[in-house]
Ligand binder design. Structure first.
Ligand code: GUN
Ligand code: FE
Length: 442
């Protein structure tokens, strides 16, 4: 086995959203050990207690200044939109038309798709993200490329081919039956191959014909353990358009429900402009919302109501939504989530933010039995956070008096520079060259 030593923090359950976490929900060790065997967590515990009990010759990586936390999980991100990030001056619908669709069209080129998939997975790791739920493009090759890149890095991703048969350029649209066939074939190849999982991925109701939505729902019914991902209630212009396209449906959410797309394996990105009836239906169906704060502020979409969703019993995950979002960093995403909550007169504690980015998101994606915390038997997916990893973090560090403050500094001031190392299944795949651990052998 291998051993990683440093400050260590992970969640055993939802800590709530009060300054004091619910007792038993969080484990924090000022000087802790993460013991890894065969890519899985063997145990965590205080260094003082466990160092003397390690067998002779076990390698110990001591991450001084490091805080070891579970790898971040991103519940909504677009692999083909790295180049779309920071596109100026648009809201959702003109942003899609002006910037996003032309860029996604480039993924018909398999070499381009492969290079971007490699770049994307490397960037996830350098930002501390070890897993996630990912949109590809409507080209099956883009899905193939992403799963291959994830597999090469030992990462487990959940991803799918965008289904989109109308209201998009010809070089991006598929057909209802073609999208069903391609999705099914990719699903059969990739779902549960190693750590990869497939997700049925209709882009959103505006770009799918009723026939396509119906086939997507049929596929979801045929494979109830496969996730469904789509976009929902992000922008007021979008919502008006859906009303015109589906006048016979009671609401935007009712469109998805009608076509059999709302179950407990469904993750809906955004869900900003919604009401109590929507929340009640989501809670009843067990469908989840991916809260995408940097995208929602950047595109001027609106302020997600975190408190109301929680109060209604809706599961909420946290997501970057790159390229609508402005950072792949889940730390930067937590910061923006906090600000959105403040603008709504609400709050987001660092406990809750770090919970969401780790165990909470694992639960949203139905993968908490494999990832999200350091309970024995989980994959050893972890990040070493450098509490002095950027000039701002280093500036604030001497004033920091508690784990609560340390976490809050990291989320408000941190970004990819705070990622000292990222490991997937015990293997370090990204490490800052200027911040190597002290190696010893016990
Ligand atoms: N709605 C439909 N497609 C998209 C997309 O690519 N990004 C975002 N943010 N919203 C969408
Ligand atoms: Fe999105």
């Amino acid at each position: 086995c291998e051993v990683h030593r440093g400050a260590l923090l992970h969640f055993l359950d939802d800590p709530g959203n009060d300054p004091e976490p619910i007792p038993g929900s969080v484990e924090f060790l000022e000087d802790g050990l993460l013991v890894v065997h065969d890519g899985k967590v063997l145990l965590t515990g205080p260094a003082e207690e466990w160092l003397p009990r390690l067998p002779d010759g076990v390698p110990v990586s001591h991450w001084q200044d490091g805080l070891i936390v579970p790898g971040f999980i991103d519940t909504h991100v677009h692999m083909p939109q790295l180049g779309v990030m920071a596109s100026y001056g648009a809201q959702l619908l003109d942003w899609l038309e002006t910037y996003t669709f032309p860029h996604e069209a480039r993924f018909s080129d398999g070499d381009w798709a492969q290079a971007e998939a490699q770049r994307f997975t490397d960037l996830l790791l350098s930002h501390g993200t070890t897993s996630g739920l990912v949109f590809c493009t409507s080209h099956p090759e883009s899905v193939q490329a992403l799963f291959e890149a994830a597999e090469q890095r030992g990462m487990g991703l959940t991803a799918g081919k965008v289904m989109m048969d109308r209201h998009a350029p010809d070089d991006l649209t598929d057909t209802a039956q073609g999208s069903y066939d391609d999705s099914l074939s990719l699903l059969k190849t990739w779902h549960n191959r190693g750590r990869q999982r497939y997700a049925i991925t209709p882009r959103f109701a505006a770009t799918s014909s009723p026939e396509q939505l119906s086939l997507a729902g049929r596929l979801a019914g045929e494979y109830p353990d496969v996730l469904v991902q789509t976009h929902w209630a992000e922008n007021t212009g979008e919502i008006q358009w859906i009303r015109e396209l589906f006048p016979e449906r009671a609401s935007y959410l009712d469109v998805y429900d009608h076509y059999g797309l709302l179950g407990d394996h469904t993750v809906l990105a955004h869900g900003i402009h919604i009401d109590d009836a929507d929340r009640a239906l989501l809670a009843q169906r067990g469908s989840r919302i991916a809260f995408c704060p940097t995208s929602n502020t950047f595109l001027g979409s609106g302020l997600f109501d975190f408190r109301e969703a929680r109060a209604a019993g809706v599961m909420v995950g946290l997501a970057s939504d790159v390229g609508g979002g402005t950072s792949l960093s889940m730390l930067a995403t937590m910061a923006e989530a906090y600000k959105v909550c403040r603008l709504r007169g609400q709050t987001l504690t660092p406990w809750q933010a770090f919970y969401l980015a780790t165990l909470g998101n694992a639960r949203v994606l139905h993968q908490a039995q494999h990832t999200g915390n350091f309970e024995a038997g989980r994959y050893a997916d972890f990040v070493v956070l450098d509490q002095a990893g950027s000039p701002q973090l280093a500036m604030k560090r001497p004033y920091t008096r508690s784990p609560f403050e340390a976490l809050f500094n990291l989320m408000m001031l941190g970004d990819d520079r705070a990622i000292q190392a990222t490991a997937v299944a015990g293997q370090v795949h990204h490490q800052r060259s200027d911040k190597a651990p002290a190696l010893s052998s016990h």
